[in-house]
Design a protein around this ligand. Sequence first.
Ligand SMILES: [Zn+2]
Length: 639
Amino acid sequence: MNRLNSSLVNQDTYMTKRLLITSILGILGVFLAFSSTMAQSNRLSLGIVIPEQDTVEYSFSRYRVAANTHPEAQAFINGKEVKVYSSGAFVDMVFPGDDITPIEFKVVLKGDTLVQTRYLVTPSYKKSLSSVSASNQKPALSTSEKISNKKWFVSENNSGWNANQWYGPDEVIQLSAKATPGVSVFAQLPASEHKIKLHEQSTPGEYTAYMQVPTHAPYGEGGIEYEVRGKWFKRASSAGESMIRWGGLPRIGIVNSSDAYLNIGLGSDRLGGAKYGSLYEGVELQIVGEREGLYKVQLSPSLHAWIPTRFVDLEEGYYEPEQVLTGNIRISGPGLAGNTTDDHDIITVSLGKRLPYIIHTELDPNTIVVDIFGATSNTNWKILYDHAEGINELRWKQIEDNRFRLIIDIAHKRHWGYDVRYGWGGQMQIMVKYPPTIEDATKPLTNRVIAVDAGHGGRNNGSLGATGTMEKEVTLAISKKLQELLEEAGAKVVMTRTDDSYLYMSERADIIRKADAELLVSIHANSIGYSTDPREMKGTGAFYKHMAYKPLAEVMYKKMRELGFEDYGLTGSFNFSLNAPTDFPNVLVETAFMSNPEEEIILLDPYYQRKMAAQIVEGLIEYYNAFAAWPHESLQMND
Ligand SMILES: [Zn+2]
């Protein structure tokens, strides 16, 4: 709570304050200034949260600032008075100019004044400053001077490339070169006959083209060769510095890690890029290319995906993978045909080898849809039902060549999670979990094992409020109250953290699985970027990835809005690590916005923290009442 001791408060402010106090209070002031736990309630203070440093590089037209002071002080940003909230927070938007924009923070209380200035600089201004200092040190010819000294030249312009590029048959390479304006520029793969012409762009001297790798190109590696051709002879040439590989594909790759997953595309965001899902160890993949640390995987004629290269061992040699015909399929209930669980059905599909798969869930009808790649239906196979109580029916469809789809119709109102693994050889096993059975109708959470995840922690502060409060503090406070209320409701609670420790996402998932938790609620508090007005963006939100867990997110969203929060929204297919597990229902609750000064006050208030926790407990009771099994249902199940 003592925000002035926070590292977010600029040291200069603190020193200024100490000097001020010393001069006013004399000997007593000296004593107080050296006491780090002194009360600050009557003294003027200024803490700047955004910008985080004295000088910040920034290129957008709006920038949000956030700071805090004594709640009764007046605050001014660049001379304009702004509202000081009851927490002492104040925020505003500034509009950066061309080169350097000062932001002056001034706070005034009973004749005392504190002022601090921070600066935004544009990237081009920063660059011009550094190039001035560079040219002072080492006078050199500028690029244009060099160019004018040489009549004919050509060079590659692919500075964005990295070393790991491997292009398969018919794939397209984007080429870009700088050369003498108004000439003919050609490119070719080394040792290839095939030359293509580049086209000059609207900027003179810039040339681009798309080059397709020949279908039957043998394996090769090196830099692309560029040349400027005159009417009769070559005038200039150069080899590209970007080393690439081409041809020699497809290759077979074997998944070597239990952490492996398939990415949908090449791009990535702060959460690591959208994913199709995890892949079991030993799965065989057809590798058709490589970019930026990811192999391109051909799943079926119309679908490819990407996988981090570290998860794949390439097999020697070049060959096309063999197709597999599906064998018999058996569905077994607990205690039958290799099913040693007491709360799962297991679907076993004989495939002969470990093929890649993508799984998704749907509601209405309530299904799990498994696409197996490299498999073709053998019309002679049988489905054997063996006391499977959680599955109504299994349907199948050959979607296209090499893409066999199994559709699992769930018998209960919900399944309670699913998982895929490969047993011996190519036996695919899909485990589908029954809903838990309510033990006490008056207290449906009795003995339910529920995981609570307090977002962030340790060196990961999460988002920042204008008072300097960190998201990790708020999420822990709410999570602890949630733990208390859940235990009062009879649940057994698994906390991913109970103190300010740093945890990797995989460690959080491990804690949840080791404790056999049957459901997860992850608690966070939202924030906006630098270019949005923090007063405009607020409200509560709930996030899920798999359609099967949308109803859980819906009930959380509804319960949080009952507290009067605005609607930030319900978001599906969300790429958050703890929304990725399929083996237990999970939800991410973004309680409210840390960056909004009004919501920050609510997030900081222990009374509201408890109310939020109580709403989440009510939501869980509602969810279990609706989707868990009641005792009479489980009696039927055990018949
Ligand atoms: Zn967060």
